[in-house]
Design a protein around this ligand. Structure first.
Ligand SMILES: O=C(O)CCC(=O)C(=O)O
Length: 269
């Protein structure tokens, strides 16, 4: 799925933007599931006042984690052949999916997510051995708080502090002037490695904006590295232990992505 140049860009810069990753049908199905989960009240406002406890009722940073237990479509997503092929070309075999979540910023009141690296959570020794795949569910612009990244610094270890405006996020100091704003159309994705500092801005527009984040890791870094097993949701995607999710979900999800998309589009969930 990814070209040689895209893979080289990821390894050199610590991220790569792929603007046309998901088709309009796939995007419509993902959106339908997000609307359903939102309407069911499943999302949580993680934004707080400075005490990190009192809920911020005026502004929101909505987060939902995990997704695979709430939606058959999201459970099938990591098994989409283009997702598997992309992450194995970035990380090398064998690859696992360790986490999935979404971030919704409501119109006008959507708050930023502050600068951090995913490796501050996962703590692996080779920051290029893991990648996030951030999916733009809506056209992602500077005005609605698209993802921004700082290139080429993924080997640096940054000190992180509790984010005073969130009940669990952490943040680091970063120079916004170095940021690349990844503006991309809905259906596009950004792959960025665990060492890459990233953040998102506030949503100043009249439409809500959602990003979905999936995290992948070269399986050689699971267990012997800092990834906390209780925090993650490991599914082996490639290599000798890959079973299509059978051991975790009780069914083999390989080859089911297109069918799952069609099922949601037909209204079957
Ligand atoms: O989409 C967002 O608002 C936050 C994304 C993010 O911080 C992440 O994927 O780690």
């Amino acid at each position: 799925m990814l070209t040689y140049d895209q893979v080289s860009h990821f390894k050199r810069e610590g991220f790569v933007v792929v603007p046309d990753f998901f088709s309009s049908d796939e995007l419509e199905a993902l959106r339908a599931e997000i609307v359903r989960m939102h309407d069911e009240g499943q999302m949580r406002n993680v934004a707080t006042l400075e005490d990190r406890k009192t809920r911020n009722n005026d502004a929101q940073n909505l987060q939902l984690i995990p997704l695979d237990t709430r939606s058959d479509l999201f459970r099938a997503l990591p098994f989409a052949p283009k997702v598997i092929e992309s992450v194995r070309s970035l990380l090398g075999d064998p690859v696992v999916k360790i986490l999935d979540q979404l971030f919704m910023k409501p119109a006008h009141t959507g708050l930023p997510t502050n600068w951090h690296t995913d490796n501050a959570y996962f703590r692996i020794s080779q920051p290029l051995a893991g990648t996030a795949m951030w999916v733009a569910i809506d056209d992602a612009t500077r005005e609605n708080g698209t993802l921004k990244v700082i290139p080429r610094v993924f080997d640096t270890r940054f000190e992180h502090f509790p984010d005073p405006h969130s009940d669990h996020h952490i943040r680091m100091a970063a120079d916004d002037a170095q940021a690349i704003h990844c503006e991309l159309p809905a259906g596009g994705v950004v792959f960025f490695c665990y060492g890459t500092p990233h953040a998102t801005g506030p949503n100043l527009t009249a439409q809500s904006r959602t990003g979905v984040g999936l995290h992948f890791l070269n399986a050689n870094y699971v267990n012997r590295e800092g990834v906390a097993q209780e925090e993650i949701n490991c599914v082996q995607l490639t290599g000798a232990d890959a079973d299509g999710g059978e051991s975790k979900y009780g069914m083999d999800l390989r080859g089911t992505w297109e069918e799952s998309v069609e099922s949601v589009l037909r209204g079957g969930g």
